[in-house]
Design a protein around this ligand. Sequence first.
Ligand SMILES: Cc1cc2nc3c(=O)[nH]c(=O)nc-3n(C[C@H](O)[C@H](O)[C@H](O)COP(=O)(O)O)c2cc1C
Length: 243
Amino acid sequence: MKQKIIIIAFFVSILTILYVYYSKNSAIADRQLPIDKTEKEIVQSKTGNLAGMNGKVLIAYFSWADNTVFNQNMDVLSSASSTIPGNTAVMAQLINSQIGGELYPIKVKEAYPYDYDKCLDRAANEKIDRVRPELLNTINNFDDYDIIFLGFPNWCYTAPMAVFSFIEQYDFSNKTVIPFCSHGTGGVAGSVKDIIADLPSTTEVLPAIDINRDDMGNAETVISAWLDSIGFQNKESSSGKNS
Ligand SMILES: Cc1cc2nc3c(=O)[nH]c(=O)nc-3n(C[C@H](O)[C@H](O)[C@H](O)COP(=O)(O)O)c2cc1C
């Protein structure tokens, strides 16, 4: 009888040790799971969780050329000032040609000067005074969009104030925002940080792309790689046209 009790106690001890060992290791494995994923996989799963690849896409963008009145006496193409189409507009069109979505130019009611220095003066003053320029149009079905690509040039180290007018005009809760920026060497500067601060905490902001205006010749390739890195497939390859 005594021998039986010793054998049972022995097996109970073994089982207890195995149970403790297994629980500890599975807890460590659970904690390590996200670290083992690549950054790309995490971004893709975030996109999938929030909006899904079938989410309705809006490509809203601000470009100087859409927000100025061209001086008829100046040669637009050779001028150092704004050109048609604007660089941000070109980026928007490239995103649209690769993944689809609705293009939406953000336009202010009061156009900016065509003269660069005068435009810079107004942009700088608007930034200092945190002006929210009135916009020309409204998107009635904004709620239908899940993913909003938001494009802008770097103006005075941030986005033009009209971009903040746009953000504050709609409810971005639980939507995904993907910034894209054109600049003249300054990169995104404070723009993305300022945009995130202006959005609700439930808005997911995916990694931005920025392209120097002098590198617009490579924009198609760069944008394609960026879209891939944040989990979007080229609409042609995803529909099998390229296979
Ligand atoms: C008013 C104004 C302010 C600008 N400020 C900056 C700046 O601070 N940093 C920078 O890198 N580029 C700056 N730029 C250059 C634009 O970001 C660049 O030319 C961009 O490609 C223009 O895009 P768009 O053609 O879509 O307007 C500024 C341009 C303007 C008109």
